[in-house]
Design a protein around this ligand. Structure first.
Ligand SMILES: Nc1ncnc2c1ncn2[C@@H]1O[C@H](COP(=O)(O)OP(=O)(O)O)[C@@H](O)[C@H]1O
Ligand SMILES: [Mg+2]
Length: 383
């Protein structure tokens, strides 16, 4: 399968909503981990070599993972089950899965890594061409935006497959239909089985457009062999899975019954199991850091309470703070992560707002991240 320049730039950024970008995520070369050099070894580098070395560390710290957290593992398990049971139903209507949780809890990561695993499995099983000789794309991925309409959904799908008509502006309803049938044609031709729809919270269910798109998904799901995995924030509260209160919502009520809502929780430290999971996450992160003075336990033990206070167990906030800390540790030459240094870095507003409350709970001993009877913690593997 070919790559195109537009979906990837030299720093490894790519859009999962283009098949070339998706392919890069699925099959692309993993970022290489640089060696950890001592102060003496770094001093021996030329200016240019040092710049290169530090850049390779920055790229590594920005890209390592994903880590197989319990949240990721459990959600994947349920998704495999949903897929398997939908297969048994044959021509019966499939149920959709909805990963529904607050921002920064790893929803998109969970969905894309599941898509990757499924994609690889299907290609291994059936090959990268369909029987008719078309490219096989087991998974398609789109991300909704503000004001998503049926037209934009179909155009996003066309763009994922790189449909030749994607660049054309469609102005009347006839051509909007053409776009819909082209999108569907690509889905069927490429034998796509899963469509991941990220950022579904952009659908406004109080507007006609939003409702129409939700019903369009339902229609696709009912009539074609597609498994939808919806991903978004507060989908339940937004009415995406609600029963519907009037005739206009009747179709949606039916949809609600076929959605399986998968919640993603932050790391909790109110039980030993939770504290163990938290420690395993920090151990896994610690092992990935390419900083000279990072020693065993310096993150997982020494920063455990502090990182919980700062991030309240939200994986997105943890990763943001760690990545920015690494950048600072390299730029300033500290080569390690410390409370003093991390204290100078602000992260997302929600985490900063909750911090004071958690700091006082941790300081007063009301909560603790320490496992009371330590067992040998195993770090979490990467996917
Ligand atoms: N399992 C994981 N391992 C490593 N990093 C993760 C993991 N899950 C999430 N992240 C990081 O946390 C940030 C937020 O994750 P994301 O999946 O975008 O969350 P959400 O979709 O819930 O907002 C991203 O930078 C991502 O790289
Ligand atoms: Mg997301």
């Amino acid at each position: 399968m070919t790559d195109t320049a537009c979906s990837r730039n030299i720093r490894g950024m790519y859009s999962l909503s283009r098949k070339a970008g998706w392919s890069e995520m699925v099959d692309g070369r993993a970022v290489e981990r640089p060696a950890t050099l001592s102060d003496k070894q770094r001093q021996a580098l030329s200016d240019r070599e040092l710049l290169e070395y530090n850049e390779s560390r920055a790229i590594w710290h920005a890209n390592f993972g994903p880590i197989v957290t319990p949240q990721l593992e459990e959600t994947h398990e349920i998704l495999w089950e949903i897929l398997a049971s939908n297969r048994q139903h044959g021509d019966k209507v499939k149920g959709a899965a909805a990963i529904d949780a607050y921002p920064g809890l790893g929803k998109s990561t969970i969905a894309s890594t599941f898509g990757r695993a499924f994609h690889r499995q299907q290609i291994l099983r059936y090959g990268d061409r369909t029987e008719r000789g078309d490219e096989r794309w087991p998974v398609a991925h789109i991300g909704l935006t503000d004001n998503t309409t049926i037209r934009t959904v179909n155009s996003m799908l066309c763009r994922f497959y790189g449909h030749p008509t994607e660049a054309t502006e469609y102005k009347d309803s006839g051509t909007a239909q053409t776009l819909a049938s082209q999108a569907l044609d690509s889905v069927l031709r490429c034998e796509t089985e899963i469509v991941i729809v990220d950022d579904v919270h952009f659908l406004d269910m109080t507007r006609k457009d939003g409702l129409a798109v939700a019903n369009h998904f339902k229609w696709l799901q009912n009539n074609f062999p597609i498994q939808f995995i919806f991903v978004g924030v507060a989908l339940l509260e937004r009415g995406l899975m609600s029963e519907g209160s009037n005739a206009r919502d009747a179709g949606l009520a039916q949809t609600a019954r076929r959605w399986t809502r998968l919640n993603v929780d932050p790391f909790g430290v109110d039980s030993n199991n939770g504290r163990r999971d938290w420690r395993r996450l920090l151990l896994s992160i610690e092992k990935q850091l390419v900083l000279e003075k990072v020693t065993p336990g310096c993150v997982a033990d020494d920063l455990s309470d502090y990182l919980y206070e700062r991030t309240q167990g939200h994986v997105g906030s943890v990763m943001e703070l760690i990545r920015r800390g690494c950048t600072r540790a390299i730029r300033r030459g500290d080569e390690q992560l410390t409370v003093e240094m991390l204290d100078g870095i602000s992260i997302d507003v929600a985490a900063e707002k909750a911090r004071a409350e958690y700091a006082s709970a941790l300081n007063s001993g009301l909560i603790s991240t320490k496992v009371t009877r330590p067992r040998r913690s195993r770090s979490l593997a990467g996917v």
